[in-house]
Ligand binder design. Structure first.
Ligand code: KG4
Ligand code: ZN
Length: 364
């Protein structure tokens, strides 16, 4: 078990809790400080995109090494920018999974070492719970219960959220995650990694009516999804229009990007609508990198309005990986008296349903 909660600093207020959040699960080093009374005090992000760009995807070993270089300097920076010294930190939250094992180890080692040195509790946060709670940092946060659509580079899941920590998986992608499909489609069109924002930008120039891509698994009941067939369909369309230089012409590339984006968005909208009907809930939260997609937001807003339901999402920079969501999620659990043992433990695979509810005194 971790240390007992230290006596709170007077500056923070007697009942508030100030938490340092550390996110290193993939290719972004994210650091933030969240105060339960004052809100988000500071955050900084270092993206490794340039490190991995020439490989067309994340190289795990390079990711770990870069986290080693960036984590401590970013912590110093965020603490200085938010006028917080170590005596004001009441707890530490680090991403413990899911993610790349070496990358996770960096954040876990730093988090646990600082917690030991500063005599404060620390907690390993579930990366997807972090994403799911990111919209709570907005001025108008969603209220429980809700359905969450988690759409990132590694996950595509529909989750029934009865409360913080009370999750039931309703459906998920049986193969590629939506973000992964965006990244692969981008590669086919010779666009850089990460492909999501690049496909979205190119799609703006596309003609929505030229191609119609399939909406996988929407014609049968259920909330599971599949994006690998759509990927093959995209590949075949690209191949059928490839010219001498090895790519379709610019307009065709834009039309393909557009058709691909429309297909992913339409599929997700159908599944979200179905999940709301099934649960009887009227609140949808979308989170994870793909929730930054404007077409997805627009189409969900339109569809949900008809159902009398509402969609919530995080500000753009908190849709993709960041430290703020980890600091926030960790703060909720630390405040409830939960913490993780001093062993440095990460879980590259970690089903979210295994998380304890907030009221449980279980160790994470
Ligand atoms: O949540 P995230 O930062 O990392 C993971 O936990 O995986 O998500 C990254 C994913 C990438 O696949 C990226 O291409 C996708 O989110 N993404 C987008 C957009 N912005 C990021 N996909 C579609 N449209 C976007 N605007
Ligand atoms: Zn993520």
């Amino acid at each position: 078990m971790g240390h007992d909660l230290k006596a709170r600093s007077k500056i923070n207020g007697p009942d508030s809790m100030r938490v340092l959040g550390i996110e290193t699960s993939c290719d972004e080093t994210g650091i933030a400080i969240y105060d339960s009374e004052l809100g988000l005090l500071g955050d900084a992000l270092y993206s490794q995109i340039d490190v991995h760009a020439e490989y067309g995807g994340v190289v795990p070993e390079l990711a770990s090494r870069d986290h080693v270089r960036k984590t401590l300097p970013l912590i110093r920076q965020v603490m200085a920018e938010s006028d917080t010294d170590q005596s004001q930190i009441d707890g530490i939250a680090y991403t413990a999974g899911p993610g790349l094992v070496g990358a996770l180890m960096v954040g876990a080692c730093v988090g646990r070492a600082l917690a030991y040195a500063w005599g404060v509790p620390a907690i390993g946060v579930h990366h997807m719970e972090g994403h799911l709670l990111a919209p709570m940092l907005e001025d108008e946060p969603p209220e429980y219960p809700f359905v969450a659509l988690l759409v990132s580079g590694g996950h595509t899941q529909l989750v029934k959220v009865d409360n913080l920590g009370e999750y039931t998986l309703l459906g998920e992608s049986l193969d590629d995650a939506a973000g992964e499909a965006f990244d692969k489609a981008a590669k086919m069109l010779d666009l850089d990694y990460p492909g999501g924002p690049r496909i979205a930008a190119l799609a703006k120039k596309g003609d929505r009516t030229r191609f119609k891509f399939p909406r996988p698994m929407t014609d049968r009941p259920g909330l599971d999804m599949s994006f690998s067939g759509l990927k093959t369909f995209t590949l075949n369309t690209v191949a059928a229009h490839t010219e001498a230089d090895g790519l379709p012409d610019d307009q065709t590339s834009a039309d393909i990007a557009c058709a691909f984006e429309e297909a992913v968005v339409a599929t997700l909208v159908i599944k979200c609508r179905r999940a709301l009907k099934e649960t009887g809930f009227s609140t949808l939260v979308i989170a994870g990198g793909v929730s930054a997609n404007i077409r997805l937001r627009e189409e969900l807003e339109k569809a949900l309005k008809k159902l009398g339901a509402k969609v919530f999402y995080a500000r753009h920079e908190f849709c993709t990986d960041n430290g703020a969501m980890i600091a926030y999620a960790g703060c909720q659990r630390l405040e409830a008296g939960q913490s993780s043992s001093q062993a440095i433990k990460v879980r590259p695979r970690w089903p979210m349903e295994e998380l304890p509810p907030l009221r449980s005194a279980e160790e994470i």
